[in-house]
Design a protein around this ligand. Sequence first.
Ligand SMILES: *[C@@H]1O[C@H](CO)[C@@H](O)[C@H](O)[C@H]1NC(C)=O
Ligand SMILES: *[C@@H]1O[C@H](CO)[C@@H](O)[C@H](O)[C@H]1NC(C)=O
Ligand SMILES: *[C@@H]1O[C@H](CO)[C@@H](O)[C@H](O)[C@H]1NC(C)=O
Ligand SMILES: *[C@@H]1O[C@H](CO)[C@@H](O)[C@H](O)[C@H]1NC(C)=O
Ligand SMILES: *[C@@H]1O[C@H](CO)[C@@H](O)[C@H](O)[C@H]1NC(C)=O
Length: 748
Amino acid sequence: VSQPLCFLCNILFYFSGGEVRCDCTEEGIQIKGGHYTFTKQLKKGSTLIYQCPDGYYPYPHLSRLCQPNGSWKPPPRRPTQKCRLVECPDPNVLQNGNILPSLERYYVHNETTCECYSGYTRKGSSNRVCLPNGKWSGSTPICSRDSAENNCADPGIPAGASRTGNIFGIGNTVTYSCIDNLLLVGSEERVCQESGQWTGIEPACYYRHTYDTSLEVSESFGSAIRDSLTVLKPSDETQLGRKIRIAKSGILNIYIGVDISESIDQEDVDKAIDAITVLISKIASFSVTPNYEIAFFSSEVFEVVKILDFLNEGGKPKNMIEELRKFKVDDKNTGTDLNLLFTTFEERMAVIKEQVGEKNFEEHRHVLIVFTDGAFNMGGSPDRTVQKIKNMVYLDPTGQKKNESRDEYLDIYIFAIGTDILDTELMSLTAGNDGRHYFRMKDITNLNETFDEIIDEEQVKDLCGLHKEYETVDKGIRKMYPWWAFITIVQRNCIGSLVTSRFVLTAAHCFRFGDEAEHVKVEIDDGGRKKTVKLFRLHPNYNITLKKKKGVDEFYDYDVALIQLEKDVKISNIARPICIPCTSATSNALQLVGDSTCKQQVELCCALSLLFTTNLKGTLTFCSSISPMQRGECIRHALDAKGITTTDVREVVTDNFICTGGQTPFRDDVACRGDSGGAVFKDYERRTIQVALVSWGNEDLCASGGSAESRANSRDFHINLFKVIPFLKSILGKVDQTEYPPLHFLPN
Ligand SMILES: *[C@@H]1O[C@H](CO)[C@@H](O)[C@H](O)[C@H]1NC(C)=O
Ligand SMILES: *[C@@H]1O[C@H](CO)[C@@H](O)[C@H](O)[C@H]1NC(C)=O
Ligand SMILES: *[C@@H]1O[C@H](CO)[C@@H](O)[C@H](O)[C@H]1NC(C)=O
Ligand SMILES: *[C@@H]1O[C@H](CO)[C@@H](O)[C@H](O)[C@H]1NC(C)=O
Ligand SMILES: *[C@@H]1O[C@H](CO)[C@@H](O)[C@H](O)[C@H]1NC(C)=O
């Protein structure tokens, strides 16, 4: 396309009152050392995005917008676009020490060393490297000397910053600014508290090309969101400076907004949806059931998930994800009205307050998460709306005297995405006093995985049944079945399940008369050695010979045993207890709120007839498709087993068994000899609930080991855990002992 054509086009454009569109051209937009992409080819409203190899950034512009008259904004001019080496902020701001080498500018891969003057000791990193994201590796080096007047430690000066304030007593303030117009991300002002801690978080100076890596995001956003989600006890008075967390009774409202205006790439939107989907299903596996508002916005706001529906009927995560996936960005979205998004959130909050009443509203905690580049061009600045939200949550209608203890109840996180980010405007919209709330991301390709890792932390210890839904490179299937235990008793093998950090549940028939605790070894495969066993207990009613005279050679009723380990298993992603029936931990996993009962759990667990188990090798087998209605037909086959001469099936299979196998409605798998004691379970969101354990079968179809498909007449019988609660509770829930913390069972 040549210049005269475009000139003609512009004239046409002028005379037609803007109806004739003119495409932009590729003239003069080339970049040296890199390449570019368009969001809508050369059409009006398309954004040109420059890309450079790792360690470089596009200069002088990161992107260009195609305007209706066919010209680029900013227009291509000299100097032409090129890829420049990434620079890190100046580290020579250190007090009481030197940074070596001293350079004019520090580029990617440049290394520095810190040396403190004599009499001063160093904290932070001695050696640092300038990283491709424009940040220094490690932490800010600080050279300091102990002083009695100082209540807080020297907070240091981050690279590229300057600080005022050199006294660190209680109530003293330090303020930071960035040199050379760099952007300050973090706390501009910090106050030394009585606890010896500084308020806020360490600031950092960002160039326009500086961004946060997904690891940084998962660490800081992860720990912040985890704090909102996990239930921690209020800290006691001695721990000043520690946070008092949301009480379990508190309600969490999560509002998510995704920018779909033309300044944001469709690909970014899809990735944001991916990430939100992961976040929602992750949150669902915590013991909280938040209410959600999810909206896309451009010049309009599209509420895809409405928070008010939650108040009325309670939304379910599955529907939300479907709704999200269904949403398609429409080409005609022009303009960005960020204020309208916040106004929508504010209005919904006001309705919630009205519906639940002022008193209850005080217990509501609000988390706002917004993905945008902040390039709003209509509706004005959202500042005042955000202030209104703060006033409402801080219970402070005038915005005059802020009650600090209310800060806990509002977090506004901004994920800045896109190429041209309006940082200053966006940063002023964040809220919350703990951890970072502003993230500047180059691209959000791995944000879904970042969110996925959030829950992976060791801190989330008391969540039974939590697992990954896919194999991982490092630990294979171990993260999918972190409760899986392999038991060796002399020469015999069984499998079991970790039910607390101290106990493994298995079948009673794994043990023979004369077995001692020292003959039993348990492998959890958590990287540690085999676990030694302190003692084991069989169900008191278990008696394999009880019905020998009645034509049942081996009678497996109450075939359940608990193994107590010498030491606690260290809980992690690869070693974590499974949920067992009638405990409050399981009610949490099933997202039952208020005073739940064992009966509710039975209903939830039995509503779905599909059950699974893992075999000897720890791989999943499909265990049952049999509904309670088909039970009669299923258990009938017990009489086919060897050593059974009675004709009364009830003598063999009591109500304590669950029956699986056969070929209808689906061909089930059957358990094999070494599978005894294994968990029969059901997944609920990301949590696993054990409902039974593998006891015996009428045929041995897997002489060669491994799993086998059921034949028409083959059946397995599993001990239904709901029927042996008194036994489980007598040991796991035992309160009058000090060896291990008892598991909390539901009173009824
Ligand atoms: C195209 O339109 C923009 C504003 O819409 C204006 O600033 C620019 O000068 C125009 N360019 C040409 C070549 O007309
Ligand atoms: C710093 O990096 C630049 C660019 O790669 C390089 O030219 C220079 O030699 C480096 N300086 C030091 C001291 O390593
Ligand atoms: C601040 O809020 C807390 C709890 O919301 C309340 O107990 C306290 O009295 C409030 N303080 C002031 C000064 O209003
Ligand atoms: C994240 O998204 C990518 C591609 O969009 C996908 O391949 C990957 O499986 C996702 N990961 C998770 C944990 O959902
Ligand atoms: C098991 O039952 C048989 C038959 O009733 C009885 O003789 C035996 O003592 C029982 N064993 C135990 C350990 O209770």
